[in-house]
Ligand binder design. Structure first.
Ligand code: HEM
Length: 456
């Protein structure tokens, strides 16, 4: 007898949840715990319902690959998560789809080519040194400070200068405040459809934060327009966007689209990398042996110099430290898609119109793939067993056509920043302040990461 898709889907295991709300509450209150528990209890494909939305949590690398690569056309970004993100980012590279997205991606890709990135390393070095200078008085006084906030400032300045040719001095605090509001509200909105219709104070605060960010982005665009009638002199991503002409109509990008692309790069290009750096400082402080080994590598390769571009490939342990940090605390901890038509994941069929959650946080803890998954052990990235894992056992930058465009940029920046700061300082965690992950749109240390610096 033929089995209908619905019946097969019903056979897929998963939490029952509340009769009306399904798993909405655990998804909202403890999403990381919900993902881990569902997979621990039901395996690689767990079915759930959040109010009226049916969905699947996928954990196995083959299933991740099916969604992101092999059958990616069957999974779009019309999920509630992306719709909420689009309220802020508009129709930029992260949220757009189809032939429009492809055209924009092709247009922007050259800004991230290897040779281009090499040219940006001096800005990264410059800003890392400037950050070290800001930390110097703190190291002298021994005061407590939030290194996660320092990393936000640093990465914001790097992406603004290198991609948008803009100095944003003075606006860092506005961005920090606005982003905190936007990310927290975004997460609430995803799990609370009532916010779509009911007026709420949090919605007004969100609108104000978006307006502040808009003013900043429009300022960057206006400043560039005023600076030069021929923006090609700058040769950066912003000028590529401003000069691009539609092949058919010959028209330039309108202001709305320009705003969306700039806002996307501005936010996607700093928040994630700053969080990756903060998590790495935490893990190093908690694992003195790994930190000692890293310091040894830095001193033998750099011999007291600032890191140069040519040094990076020789800093192999540093690269393992970063990979391991992105494994344990992937800043883009979950990504969602909506299934268009039916599909199959191993024994289970996926129905159309379902929410698909793929989470590097979850897959990076798969007990069959990653021994002692909670343990910070950068050496694992030097071992053959790790090299033999399936491609999508590890995907902090996503995969397939929608893979992060800033992957190489982020890794280079993080290496330069870590090498520069660790050469100059030791960071000690402030005792008594527990650090826990806060899964907003990105994974952040809740309340920041509070440290004291000492000269190295
Ligand atoms: C450690 C740092 C970073 C992490 C962990 C990260 C992670 C990701 C992930 C997982 C995606 C795919 C999302 C999905 O498929 O649903 C993505 C996309 C994207 N990222 Fe990153 N990212 C980082 C840094 C950056 C930087 C530095 C930039 C820009 C300068 C950037 C710009 C983007 C853009 C524009 C997209 C959308 C690409 C597309 O769909 O064509 N990211 N990122």
């Amino acid at each position: 007898m033929a089995v209908s898709v619905e019946e097969t889907v019903a056979a897929a295991p998963g939490p029952r949840g509340h009769w009306l709300l399904g798993s909405l509450a655990p998804l909202r209150d403890d999403p990381l715990g919900f993902l881990l528990d569902s997979a621990a209890q039901f395996g690689d494909v767990a079915r759930f319902r959040a109010f009226t939305q049916r969905g699947y949590i996928l954990r196995h690398p083959e299933h991740i690959q099916r969604v992101l690569v092999d059958n990616h056309r069957n999974y779009n970004k019309q999920s509630r998560g992306f719709k909420v993100v689009a309220q802020f980012l508009g129709n930029g590279l992260l949220t757009s789809e189809g032939s429009f997205w492809l055209r924009q991606r092709r247009l922007m890709q050259p800004a991230f080519h290897r040779e281009r990135l090499a040219g940006l390393s001096s800005i990264m070095n410059d800003e890392a040194q400037a950050c070290a200078e800001r930390l110097k008085p703190k190291a002298r006084s021994g005061e407590e400070f939030n290194i996660a906030a320092e990393m936000m400032r640093l990465t914001l300045r790097v992406v603004s200068r290198s991609m948008l040719g803009a100095e944003i001095s003075g606006a860092e605090e506005t961005v920090e405040r606005s982003m905190a509001v936007i990310l927290a509200y975004g997460m609430r909105r995803i799990s609370n459809p009532l916010l779509d219709v009911l007026p709420a104070r949090s919605t007004r605060r969100f609108n104000k934060a978006v307006a502040d960010m808009d003013a900043l982005v429009h300022g960057i665009i206006a400043a560039r327009r005023a600076k030069s009638a021929a923006p090609s002199a700058e040769g950066d991503l912003l000028s590529m966007l401003m000069e691009a002409r539609d092949e058919d109509t010959g028209e330039v990008m309108d202001d709305r689209q320009l705003r969306d692309e700039v806002m996307t790069m501005f936010t996607a290009g700093h928040e994630t990398t700053a969080n990756a750096l903060a998590w790495t400082f935490l893990l190093l402080a908690q694992n003195p042996e790994a930190e000692a080994r890293l310091r040894q590598e830095l001193s033998s390769v750099l011999r007291g110099r600032a890191p140069a571009l040519e040094d990076l490939p020789r800093l192999t342990y540093l690269s393992c430290v970063l990979k391991e940090s992105l494994r344990i605390y992937p800043p883009a901890w979950v990504s969602s898609r909506l299934s268009i038509g039916p599909d199959e994941m191993g024994r289970f069929r996926i129905a159309p119109g379902c929410l698909i959650l793929v989470s590097p946080y979850l897959t990076h803890r798969h007990p069959a793939l990653w021994p002692e998954p909670e343990r910070f052990r950068p050496e694992r990235f030097l071992e053959p067993a790790t090299a033999e894992l399936p491609r999508y056992a590890y995907f902090p930058f996503g995969g397939g056509p929608r893979q992060c465009i800033g992957n190489g940029f982020a890794l280079m920046e993080a290496q330069i920043v870590l090498a520069t700061l660790l050469r100059r300082f030791h960071l000690d965690l402030v005792p008594g302040r527990a650090v826990e992950p806060e899964p907003l749109i990105t994974l952040r240390p809740r309340g920041g990461l509070w440290v004291r610096a000492r000269p190295a």
